[in-house]
Design a protein around this ligand. Structure first.
Ligand code: HMG
Ligand code: MG
Length: 298
């Protein structure tokens, strides 16, 4: 059984751009976010309030939020790893924030410079403060189907971290296959384990496409009952320093698949695809969306 409607969450402006080596002008980031809203996106991860020394591309987070012409029915979210990030995000008037943990200790250290346990303690204060400000908090778990440093990760490790974030007050838990190594049966087993702790309707699939498995994995978890999907226009993303690392699954490819399955997403595929062609040209990148490529050559 498949859901009749899927909530799509656009990652392009954040996950898609965060590793770009050339600084993209703030105005172009703003234009990207506005085009994504015009394509029908109602949930857009716009930027990150993180250390500019760790992620230089996100240094203009406040300026992006200030320059954005906001559509009334769109939720604009930012990543906030600590209280400093949260204060910046609240001052910028974001609609929603997100904290990000990992199932792997080593990944946690490399990504946010603390242990999983320390990160959860830190997030507890971030979530409390966000809730006081009436701002909802999404929780991410990285390395859910494999870690670049530790290799195998068990579904139980992911379920435990997801459970902790959900109990602390995250309204939605997004499961990140950070390095895109997962395969469909593994994705099903993951969802089976995590949904024992967090209700199925609160789970999002955040799959990177490094090994070309993301669409197959999405189909597998749709069958399990997942109805929230993270994706990145033109498949933007990937680390220029990590060989073969790819962005999130391309939003165009997900929308095309959903349309074929008769699942509503609210997205306008031609408008989305032309946005993907436009941003790829701005970045001088090959469009990583197969559907985007196919539609642009017709
Ligand atoms: P740290 O160095 O341990 O932090 O970094 P600190 O508290 O010791 O502070 C050090 C300096 O950073 C200080 O400045 C702070 O003010 C500054 P100094 O006094 O040296 O000039 N600082 C900040 N500046 C701006 N905004 C902030 C902030 N916090 C501290 N929020 C920290 C810890 C978490 C800050 C750092 O490691 C960091 O920013 N990491 C972010 C990494 C990141 O953004 N990764 C990518 C996003 S996660 C992801 O992509 C995965 C996901 O897509 C799911 C998946 O695919 O798996 C979500
Ligand atoms: Mg990601």
């Amino acid at each position: 059984h498949l859901p009749s409607r899927v909530k799509l969450v656009e990652m392009g402006p954040r996950d898609g751009l965060q590793n770009e080596p050339q600084t993209l002008a703030t105005g172009l980031k703003v234009a990207l976010i506005e085009r994504l809203a015009k394509a029908g996106h109602q949930h857009i991860e716009a930027t990150s309030f993180v250390s500019p020394r760790w992620v230089p591309q996100m240094a203009d987070a406040a300026a992006v939020m200030a320059q954005l012409k906001r559509a009334p029915d769109v939720t604009y979210r930012a990543l906030t790893p600590n209280l400093k990030g949260l204060e910046g995000a609240l001052a910028a008037g974001v609609d929603e924030v997100a904290v990000f943990a990992a199932a792997s200790e080593t990944f946690s250290q490399r990504n946010i410079n603390c242990s999983v346990h320390q990160s959860l303690a830190r997030f507890e204060t971030v979530i409390e403060r966000a809730q006081q400000a009436n701002v909802r908090v999404r929780g991410y778990v990285s390395t859910v189907m494999g870690c670049p440093y530790e290799g195998h990760i068990t579904p139980q490790q992911v379920a435990d971290v997801s459970d902790a974030l959900y109990r602390m007050g995250c309204y939605e838990i997004s499961l990140g296959d950070t390095i895109g190594t997962g395969t469909p049966r593994q994705a099903k087993k993951l969802i089976e384990a995590v949904s024992q702790k967090v209700p199925m309707e609160k789970l999002a699939a955040h799959f990177h496409d490094t090994y070309g498995q993301a669409l197959a994995n999405l189909y597998a978890v749709l069958e399990e009952g997942v109805a929230i999907i993270d994706a990145s226009v033109a498949g933007l993303g990937g680390c220029p320093y990590a060989k073969g690392a790819s962005g999130n699954v391309a939003t165009e490819d997900v929308v095309y698949m959903l349309e074929g399955l008769g699942i509503e997403s609210g997205l306008n595929l031609p408008v989305l695809a032309s946005t993907g062609v436009w941003i790829s040209a701005q970045l001088g990148r090959v469009n990583q969306s197969k559907v985007g490529q196919a539609l642009s050559t017709q």
